[in-house]
Design a protein around this ligand. Structure first.
Ligand SMILES: [Zn+2]
Length: 439
């Protein structure tokens, strides 16, 4: 697939530069009037970004959203081919093999329910770092072939469709694996730190979006977690063993396959802070977070604090288009770093709650994907600092940045210096108290 640089080498109607292949349902007459042939014709030389007006006249809304979410690089280089189905965008024989496996799997699983899943999804799912029984269950979820209560009632096998865990609503696949209040707690407390909203789109959409941009390890964690939730639910239904969030997560660890010995470089055991920690003397901690809404728009938030936990600066940005949550986080990092430069910070410890972004930053790989390019651009900006690094904190330790991200829509584009909105003070004070230096 083509990655847009300056757009001069990509033909809008013939080349594959959008995820679903060449654009369809377009207003070709308008496109012809404007002489649109190359992707560069859709980029405004005046504002240096996408020409939204023209794009909206030509393409259907879903395509518009995808185009606007393509991050144009700060340095407009030539267009480049990348491999779209892995995080780094680099082609390897292994990636090709996994792709073919995915195509095979999807041709087997071609029921109407499974049709929403792309080859990239199946490839990521079957190739994930999890036990076969976990993958098989995820596959059955995608087929709608799990004996969930609502389904048993529909088939006349059972009479009672209510969720056995929360006893609040019908047990559907979406409810049992995502939106049940007890299950939401598991997702959130897991190493993935996924915050399921009550109105989250279905499990299928969620998995599709998450897995196609995840690496094998993250995809494996997702599959294992789904398996563990199902197993714990069954232990409660059939053995009367209460569903306990912590125990589910403890099992999740034991179920993961043992790490391959080739990669045992001592970093397999990862314990991350779950609360905010003060930066070392002389450094500033910059927490950032992106909040992606269902329509593909995102709010960005960042906050800079000193060794005493005092807020020196905070900012929000809204109405940013993104292709995926992790891309939103990468965009947020690039934005936050640029802002830190403008605000004059020179010793900065960045902090994210996005494990994929953290891994990408650590790997220093020169990938070809949009995500990899954004991380590289963020790294390039690092030369403006005397010290800069990125660390990871669990979601619970990133609550102030999360607040700004979630409220970015109402704040709009805004910067606070040595001042914060009153509503965020309890979170700031909470971080100060929980990170108090031990006397
Ligand atoms: Zn429930």
């Amino acid at each position: 697939m083509w990655k847009v640089g300056n757009g001069e080498g990509i033909h809008v109607w013939r080349d594959r530069w959008l995820s679903n292949g060449v654009p369809i349902n377009c207003n070709r007459a308008v496109a012809a009037d404007f002489g649109i042939e190359k992707v560069s014709h859709l980029i405004s030389s005046l504002i240096g970004g996408w020409n939204r007006t023209i794009i909206e006249m030509i393409f259907p809304p879903t395509t518009v959203a995808e185009i606007l979410a393509i991050p144009l690089p700060h340095q407009r280089g030539p267009d480049m081919l990348f491999w779209p189905d892995n995080q780094h965008g680099n082609y390897t024989t292994k990636a090709g093999y996994r792709f073919i496996l995915g195509v095979k799997a999807s041709s087997v699983a071609s029921s109407s329910r499974a049709a929403q899943f792309t080859a990239g999804f199946w490839k990521a799912m079957w190739g994930s770092d999890s036990l076969p029984r976990c993958k098989e269950l995820v596959w059955r979820c995608c087929q709608g072939a799990v004996p969930i209560r609502a389904e048993l009632v529909r088939r006349g096998i059972a009479e009672y469709p209510i969720c056995p865990l929360c006893e609040e609503t019908e047990e559907t696949i979406d409810h049992a694996f995502m939106s049940c209040s007890l299950v939401r707690r598991v997702w959130f407390a897991s190493v993935l730190s996924v915050r399921m909203e009550e109105n989250t789109t279905g499990l299928g959409t969620f998995l599709q979006e998450l897995l196609v941009c995840a690496d094998m390890v993250v995809a494996g964690k997702v599959c294992s977690l789904i398996y563990d939730v199902w197993e714990a639910r069954n232990r409660w239904v059939f053995d009367g063993d209460p569903f306990d969030c912590r125990r589910v997560l403890q099992r999740a660890v034991s179920l993961s396959p043992a790490p391959a010995s080739s990669s045992s470089q001592g970093c397999q055991q990862r314990s991350f802070a779950s609360s905010w920690l003060r930066p070392p003397e002389g450094r500033f901690k910059l927490n950032f977070d992106a909040s992606v809404l269902g329509d593909g728009s995102a709010g960005l938030g960042m906050v800079v604090r000193d060794v005493d936990g005092m807020v020196l600066a905070a900012a929000t940005e809204s109405n940013v288009c993104v292709l995926s949550p992790v891309q939103g986080e990468a965009l947020c990092m690039r934005w936050a770093i640029a802002l830190a430069i403008d605000l004059g910070f020179r010793h900065v410890l960045l902090e994210t709650d996005c494990l994929q972004l953290f891994d990408m930053w650590r790997s220093k790989g020169r990938g070809r994907s949009y995500l990899a390019t954004m991380v590289q651009e963020a790294r390039t900006l690092s030369c403006h600092f005397d010290f800069i690094d990125l660390c990871f904190v669990r979601r619970s330790g990133n609550s102030v940045a999360d607040y700004f991200a979630r409220n970015a829509v109402s704040y709009g584009q805004r910067v606070w210096v040595e001042d914060v909105p009153p509503a965020v003070l309890p979170l700031v004070n909470g971080d100060i108290l929980s990170s108090a230096p031990v006397v």
